[in-house]
Design a protein around this ligand. Structure first.
Ligand code: CP
Ligand code: NVA
Length: 316
């Protein structure tokens, strides 16, 4: 029996992603409708890295679905001390109905998935942050479309500026391409995405109509519907020996830059944000910012994902 996991943005098809986003909208209106984890069944929520939004949104979301979240900072567990991830996956599967995990290497998730008999959800790795992308797409549905349907995202244009080689940039390419949105990554030399992620997103775009552009020219902000940035120093990169300030200075999102985007353009940031670095206070605290709706939408999008994933297991 093959378990269906959500380890990467493109683990769901365009049609499936649209189903999850539609369900997110329904659950935002009717938060306690679904009781996927009634029993209560338990769900493991594991953190190898720090978190505010992911931790609270999964904990609250699992409770709202009738379940019992077991939230663990893995430093206080036996994980990482030599026990294999395959053993951990097999053991946790005897206790919980789903595993949510924020970790470093994407391959950690894949190793646990070798033995887990319950679905695993990627709560951020060095490579991707697909739950954040579902929340961002749902925020775009709310703020950019007339009829609030995921289908209307196709053809919208988004640009991400800053560290184009990080987890968010990869996930924007994969997840937004799945939604049919044109995605531009605008980043300095040395911080542009690895080619395999670009190729993978372009392959998705061949079926959804999305285009993927990589540039170092901030003039690409012109006419965009969504302007996005993220921290210049992701978790785990604090001491990587790179200058993570000077190369990014031209890519700071400013009011002047936002004025070159589409007239109804919105600003997104997954948070935590560092005002004065990747974005000015005037933008993130200004009228075009949707960052707090975006943060709230983690809850609705992840609940939808868990409900959907539970219903799409073999034999479910
Ligand atoms: N955006 C996000 O994942 O935030 P946390 O690191 O606080 O979970
Ligand atoms: N790129 C950031 C995202 C935080 C939610 C990081 O990995 O630290």
């Amino acid at each position: 029996m093959t378990v269906r996991h959500f380890l990467a943005d493109d683990d769901v098809t365009p049609a499936e992603q649209a189903e999850i986003l539609t369900l997110a909208g329904e659950l935002k209106k009717d938060p306690y409708r679904e009781k996927t984890f009634a029993g209560p069944q338990s769900v493991a929520v594991l953190f190898d890295k720090t978190s505010t939004r992911t931790r609270f949104s999964f904990d609250a979301g699992i409770a709202a679905l009738g379940g019992n979240p077991i939230v663990v900072d893995t430093g206080s567990s036996q994980m990482g001390k030599g026990e294999t991830l395959q053993d951990t996956g097999a053991v946790l599967s005897r206790f919980v109905s789903m595993i949510i995990w924020r970790t470093f290497a994407q391959s950690n998730l894949e190793q646990m998935a070798e033995t887990a008999t319950v679905p695993i959800i990627n709560a951020l790795t060095d490579d991707m942050h697909p739950c954040q992308i579902l929340a961002d797409l749902f925020t775009c549905v709310e703020h950019l479309t007339d009829n609030h349907t995921p289908r209307e995202l196709a053809g919208k244009k988004a640009i991400y500026l800053g560290d184009g080689a990080n987890n968010m940039a990869n996930s924007y390419m994969l997840g937004f391409a799945t939604a049919g949105m044109d995605m531009t990554i605008c980043a300095p030399a040395g911080f542009q995405p690895e080619q395999p992620f670009v190729d993978r997103a372009r392959a998705i775009g061949r079926s959804t109509g999305a285009t993927i552009t990589v540039t170092d020219d901030v003039a690409a902000v012109a006419g965009q519907d969504v302007v996005i940035t993220d921290t210049w120093v992701s978790m785990g990169q604090e001491n990587d020996g790179k200058d993570r300030t000077t190369p990014f200075l031209p890519y700071r999102v400013t009011e002047e830059m936002m004025d070159t985007a589409g007239k109804d353009a919105i600003f997104l940031h997954c948070l935590p944000a560092y005002r004065g670095n990747e974005v000015t206070a005037g933008v993130i605290d200004g009228p075009r910012s949707r960052v707090f709706d975006e943060a709230e939408n983690r809850l609705h999008a992840q609940k939808a994902l868990m409900v959907w994933l539970a219903a799409h297991q073999p034999g479910a």
